[in-house]
Write a new protein. Sequence first.
Length: 96
Amino acid sequence: DGADRVLNPGDAVVVDGAFRHATFASGEDDAFLLAVDFWHPDLTPPEIGALEAFFKLDEQFVLRRSCDREVVDALQAADRGLELLASGAVDLRSTA
């Protein structure tokens, strides 16, 4: 709807990434963004597999074309993190 949203400490918002949006933090405190992808419940397993393959190809295209080492490092770190989560080596339920 084009409206700005102001969040207070502890607030959360869900954004549909299929729609154009932007985020920014104008304060002095750190702001954190947790991006979570999930599939539409009407997608079939073959459709999900096709989309996963497409996104992986797209990521590899970015990696090969990027001159920015930080972009390459961030994408590779995200892949390693996802692999650790999928393998069960990391348990998000445990807190220190």
